[in-house]
Structure formats: structure tokens, C-alpha cells
Write a protein that binds this ligand. Sequence first.
Ligand SMILES: Nc1ncnc2c1ncn2[C@@H]1O[C@H](COP(=O)(O)OP(=O)(O)OP(=O)(O)O)[C@@H](O)[C@H]1O
Ligand SMILES: [Mg+2]
Length: 311
Amino acid sequence: MSSIITITFSPCIDKSTAVAALVPEKKLVCATPKLEPGGGGINIARAIKKLGGAATAIFPSGGYTGKYFNHLLEKENIPAVIIETANETRENIIVVDEATNNQYRFGMPGTGLTAAEWKKCLLAVEEMSDVEFIIASGSLPPGVPDTIYALLAKIAKSKNAKFIVDTSGEALKHAAAEGVYMLKPNLGELSSLAGKKEIQPGEVKTIAREIIAKGNCEVIVVSMGADGAMLVTAEIAGIFKPPAVERKSTVGAGDSMVAGIVFYLAQGKDLTQSVQYGVACGTAATLNAGTELCKKEDADRLYSLIQSAHS
Ligand SMILES: Nc1ncnc2c1ncn2[C@@H]1O[C@H](COP(=O)(O)OP(=O)(O)OP(=O)(O)O)[C@@H](O)[C@H]1O
Ligand SMILES: [Mg+2]
């Protein structure tokens, strides 16, 4: 079994299509839809695979949509531990308006999980052997408590695994309070974690260090869109900015970044190298239209540029 696992409580089928122009009332002719398995940890496992690594995805799945979701993931050869649920897996719709090139993302509400179902997800994590990294990412569907990532943090500690969390709101607060190896908030998520309305880039280091000084987290990687990311630990702090690129779509940038960081950490690279590679993967994802994740060749090329800019 692979030593990286991801857990996603609210997976979805992403259905992408395009229309000549998005206008009300008229029947719109859509392009042939592209269906992809999605959701935070699912995308991270897929991106790790694209980079040449392997991660096992753990997730709940239900109904006919769930069966189709499992099939889509299987087609990509992503190892999976599937927890069958009573409710159907959700489907999201992404529509590109070709008249303006605007992308509209319609996210359906997460389908609820019962306590027995989310507990089975936790048990599946507990039962995995030789786990080095556990990545939890994504929103929580109805029925799953905000403390779920804190519960997973405890499991990670008992397994001696490094726990990486990419989430927001209350779930992020509970995870940070319990203590995790790494948090990957963006500026907005860091602000709400710190109880502030807004954070200026110049304040990031101090605020991240305050969260670390509470003794609960080791590493905070604050992503800042086109400005790259800041890596903060008790000892080190560094900002890594990607080269300017022609951005097509930022969908999947955060997931590709987390994938890149963990893919490098798993190969024994240091934190600086790993976060630089994460920035490269995040930026690589923006080179692709629609929901497509990073391509390895783009990530490797951008990484060389970031490394030489910071050496
Ligand atoms: N416009 C951009 N140009 C270049 N790189 C970008 C851009 N937007 C994002 N990235 C890259 O992707 C990384 C993560 O992006 P961002 O900070 O937007 O994360 P996020 O808000 O968590 O994204 P997501 O919406 O995918 O969860 C950035 O650190 C950067 O490397
Ligand atoms: Mg994000």
C-alpha cells in the first residue's frame, strides 16, 4: 500500500461543458460534457499520480452517481478505499460561456453522511498500515462534525503519520487547535483562523508564528495566488513567488500545490524544496483550461525557474 493517503468527505463528479453564450430562458446547446472525479483529497491523489507518485484515496460514495464516480477514479488507476453510503454522490456543473470566456461553477450541496458512515471513514484511515502522510482536504457535508479533522489529527499522531490539512472555517480552527503537521490556508482562510477581518501579506509571518507558538502546528504554508506562497515554521520563513504566467484557470491550483508539496516531502526533500515544488505545481495548474490539474513537465520547468530565482 502507498504511504500517502488522502481523505475526502464530500467528493463529487465534476461535469464540465460549454455553451456559445449563457443566456436566460433559451434552451442552451451544450458541448459534450467531460466528467471527472473531484473533491479536495480526490484531486490531490490524482495530481500526485500525474506527478509520478501514488496516493490512496479514502472517501464515501453512494448510489448510481457513486458507482460512476468510483469507475472514473478506477479509470485513472487511483487506489481507493470506498465507504458505501446511503445517499448519492453529488455532481457539480462547470459551464464555460464561450462568448465571454467566463467560467461558471455550480456546486451542489454535499450529500449528508450518517455518523456510522463518517466513523467508517475514520476507521479506514486507522486501519491503513505504514502511512507516512495523511492529507485531508475539502468541505464537510451535512452530518459530519466540524471536529472531524481534529479527530483525524489524533489518529495521525497515533500512527506517527504527518497530517496535512487544507480546509476552512470551523473545521480548520478545530484542526489547528488539536495540532497537525501542516496547514495550507490561503490568505482568507488564515484571516478567519486568526480571527481577523483581513491580513496584509506583510503580517503573514507574525500571524503564522503566533499559531505555531500556541504549540499546535509545525508548518504553515500560506498560499497567495499569483504571489506564490509563504512557508513558516518556528525556525524558517520564506516567500516563494512563481514566474509570471499566462493563467487560463485557477481551478485546482490549491489541490495541485498540496500534491506537489507532499510528493516532494515523501521523496525526502526538505521543506523549502517541497514548498517551492508546491508553488510550481499550483502555478502549473493555472496553465490549463477548465478543471485540469497540473502537468508534470510544466511543474518541473517552473520549479527550476523558482529554484534559480531563490538560490
Ligand atoms: N493567478 C495565478 N498565477 C500564478 N500562480 C497561481 C495563480 N493562482 C494560484 N497560483 C498558484 O497556485 C497556488 C495556490 O493558489 P491559491 O493561493 O489561489 O490557493 P487556494 O486559494 O487554496 O486555491 P483553491 O481555490 O484551488 O483552493 C499559489 O501558491 C500559486 O503557486
Ligand atoms: Mg484552497
